[in-house]
Design a protein around this ligand. Structure first.
Ligand code: BEZ
Ligand code: FE
Length: 289
């Protein structure tokens, strides 16, 4: 079966998988589905050759943009909801465990290690609102987990992350904290503000092609980690933020929305944000015989 027609082309390609080299079951599963969906899409829109060539040159331009500071393909995947869907496939909701969401491109490894209650603020802005963030990290039975590391990062009140802004000190608004013996965490930072994802080059072209906007609602990013538990990459969202209902990267989950309240005087900040997390225990690896 090698002579193709519009009717048999999909079956011909699928039948060719693994014919001239060993492939795993997973490779076969992925390639079969990919070929079927891709062919289905092309037939659906009756894709024309000029459009195909345009798509190839678009992907070439996207590839050339990738460097240590910009991973264009993740950004493009975010804009069409692919990264959040992959995350949902990787980390399905399980019982009362906290929901994950996309990492985004602005995480920096090894942020400053700070004591409980310390501030991540290194530069002040006229429009800033300071906030005391606190809560508990618990297991699925409600027991506080001690020694959970918590990396946090957010944009500054000018809507820019520190690593993209030459006017901010290194690691501004980033920190690594740890829960105490009761699983309690606390730190001081600012209230995040909505900001646009990069909207130039191929990301901008895709947003325009979709008739979409680049804005994300105000959020704080987190990575929670402790041996024996599944790491949690997530974000918490400001209930009063614009764009909550139409995030440009579709990453908002209902369970991740919290509310800033005015802070009691003894906290020393403008606002107070309380949010608890639940970590799922890692399944024990079955020892190989
Ligand atoms: C972010 O939240 O930092 C982000 C996520 C996806 C794409 C761009 C930015
Ligand atoms: Fe972000």
């Amino acid at each position: 079966m090698g002579i193709v027609t519009e009717d048999n082309i999909t079956d011909v390609v699928v039948a060719s998988l693994g014919k001239y080299g060993d492939i795993t079951d997973r490779q076969r599963e992925i390639m079969t589905s990919l070929v079927k969906h891709m062919h289905g899409f092309i037939k659906d829109v009756r894709l024309q050759h000029s459009e195909f060539m345009e798509a190839c040159s678009y992907l070439e331009r996207a590839g050339k943009l990738c460097n240590d500071n910009r991973q264009e393909f993740i950004l493009l995947a975010d804009i069409i909801g692919v990264e959040v869907l992959v995350d949902m496939m990787t980390n399905p909701i399980e019982g009362n465990a906290s929901e994950s969401t996309v990492l985004g491109p602005f995480y920096r490894e090894n942020p400053p290690v700070l004591p409980k209650g310390a501030s991540t603020i290194q530069k002040h802005y006229d429009n800033e609102e300071t906030a005391y963030y606190e809560g508990y990290v618990r297991d699925q039975n409600g027991k506080g987990i001690a020694g959970v590391t918590m990396d946090v990062w957010e944009d500054a009140p000018n809507g820019i992350y520190e690593n993209l802004d030459p006017d901010q000190p290194e690691y501004n608004l980033r920190g690594r904290f740890e829960t105490d013996e009761n699983g309690h965490y606390a730190f001081v930072a600012v209230r995040p503000v909505p900001y646009p994802i990069p909207e130039d080059e191929t990301a901008g072209e895709l947003l325009q092609f979709m008739g979409h906007h680049p804005n994300r609602p105000a959020h704080m990013h987190f990575i929670l980690a402790k041996d024996g538990y599944r790491p949690l990459i997530s974000q918490i969202y400001d209930a009063d933020s614009e764009w909550l209902e139409n995030d440009s990267v579709f990453a908002v989950k209902e369970s991740l929305i919290g509310r800033f309240k005015p802070a009691a005087e003894e906290l020393g900040t403008d606002l107070h944000f309380e949010f608890d997390f639940v970590l799922k225990a890692e399944e024990m690896a079955v020892a190989a015989e």
